[in-house]
Design a protein around this ligand. Structure first.
Ligand code: SF4
Length: 445
């Protein structure tokens, strides 16, 4: 039942805010893994009778120099070079098994993404070893995009050249903030000097695209410091900027400290302030001609800068994910690998796929997933969805769409369903209005 005003959440309390997938991960189960394994034995699925499903590859590198206090990813800061080498061997063994399956073998990759953790933690030699092996198993010659996440303090000139020479088209720099005190107090390993050096050299050697990541609302953030950070980001003129609002999931250092101190509210800005800060950043970038292309992204030239990985993830592409804790989607089945290093490596070394849990979404859930994820881009075409799924989203999702409209977060004119700026700044929490009743548990991870 809708009300004229949305339920508000002011303070930042512990929990996940970001909607990355659907149905929520809590519903993916070990007992569904056999469904995933059988799907791999079938030929690849198609989007429709004419179009084959695009295939992308996500590779998870779980190593970091230091664990940031807000980090909720599976990362390791204590692995020596032989363990890193063992992990790279495991990635290649895992990929070898997939390359021999009917669902994958012989297909060309459309996009590749190195995430983590810190992919740039690896040395140039380790990177070459890994990517040469990957290319032998699944060719990159038709890949339209290769994205590589990097932590500025790990980037020497030599490593930047090596990364570019792998064929990376988008370098994604995890800057998060430009103020050294904020970086330090939040446990980041890099400082502003390293950002300046890495960015300048990456530009000089001609990466096709550079993205920078920022976080609004880190511990001890102030209005003035945020404005200075935005000004510095504007000065760099990156091809795109991704801005996240600080969330405090349960497995972060910040939450552990809150628990020890008996606090329920995280020591970071409230949600209204964080939204206002992101809005400020958007407006500063719009003044110099950038375009807001999602709830988290501004882009310098939308005609040139594409996000093929995001398009694939949001549009039902097959995403083969390898590495500890990584999650993917193949032939209609969601899956996730083992969360811990040893079970992951041991499973691969025993010749098994290291899949820990899976879920086959129903046709309705696939529709819902794709519609919700695309709403994060701010505007969807009803006709496009009707054509693909055979049902008009304006009818299919009439109730939640009416609720969001009543709250002032949606406008629809003809074919387009548009999210207002205010709606876009809080889109992840609004998406819970679309969840099926059995998935509205408040448990997301
Ligand atoms: S660099 Fe990124 S992945 Fe590594 S600890 Fe920090 S937030 Fe987590």
């Amino acid at each position: 039942m809708s009300t004229a005003t949305p339920p508000l959440r002011h303070e930042t309390t512990a929990g996940n805010y970001f909607v990355a997938n659907y149905p929520p991960f809590a519903f993916w189960k070990p007992e569904f893994v056999p469904e995933f394994l059988s799907a791999l034995e079938r030929p690849p699925s198609t989007l429709n009778s004419q179009l084959s499903t695009p295939l992308g590859l996500y590779t998870h590198i779980p190593f970091c120099r230091k664990r940031c206090h807000f980090c909720y990813f599976k990362v390791y800061t204590d692995k020596d070079s032989s363990e890193v080498r063992g992990y790279l061997d495991a990635l290649l063994k895992e990929l070898t098994v997939y390359a021999g399956k009917p669902a994958i073998g012989g297909r060309k990759l459309k996009f590749i993404y190195f995430g983590g953790g810190t992919p740039s933690y690896l040395s140039p030699d380790q990177l070459k070893f890994l990517t040469d092996g990957m290319k032998r198993l699944l060719p990159w010659d038709e890949a339209e995009e290769v994205t590589f996440e990097a932590e500025p303090g790990t980037l020497t000139d030599h490593k930047l050249k090596a990364i570019r020479d792998l064929g990376v088209t988008r370098l994604s720099l995890g800057i998060e903030h430009f103020d050294d005190h904020i970086l330090e107090i939040n446990g980041r390993a890099h400082r502003s000097k390293e950002i300046a050096r890495a960015y300048a050299y990456a530009r000089e050697i001609g990466f096709p695209q550079i993205n920078i990541d920022l976080i609004a609302g880190m511990v001890e953030e102030t209005e003035d410091k945020w404005r200075e950070t935005v000004a510095k980001a504007v000065e760099l003129r990156p091809d795109s900027v991704t801005i996240y609002q600080m969330e405090v999931p349960f497995n972060t250092g910040i939450y552990h400290q809150m628990k020890a101190d008996g606090k329920l509210v995280a020591p970071v800005a409230d949600w209204e302030t964080k939204r206002a800060w992101v809005d400020y950043a958007y407006r500063e970038f719009e003044k110099i001609g950038y375009t807001v292309t999602s709830g988290t992204t501004v882009v310098r030239d939308p005609a040139k800068v594409k996000f093929i990985y995001r398009e694939g993830l949001f549009g039902g592409a097959d995403i083969l994910s390898i590495g500890v804790a990584s999650f993917g989607h193949l032939s209609g089945v969601h899956y996730q690998n083992h969360h811990e290093f040893a079970p992951y490596v041991d499973a691969v070394n025993a010749g098994k796929l290291p899949v820990y849990r899976a879920l086959t979404p129903s046709a309705d859930e696939r529709y819902l997933r794709e519609f919700m994820l695309q709403l994060k881009l701010g505007s969807v075409s009803a006709e496009k969805f009707t054509k693909k799924f055979g049902r008009d989203p304006r009818e299919q999702f009439a109730a939640p769409l009416a609720t969001l409209k009543e709250w002032g977060f949606l406008t629809n004119g003809g074919d387009r369903i548009n999210v207002t700026r205010e709606g876009l700044l809080q889109i992840d929490r609004l998406l819970h209005e679309f969840f099926k009743p059995e998935h509205k548990t408040g448990r997301y991870a």
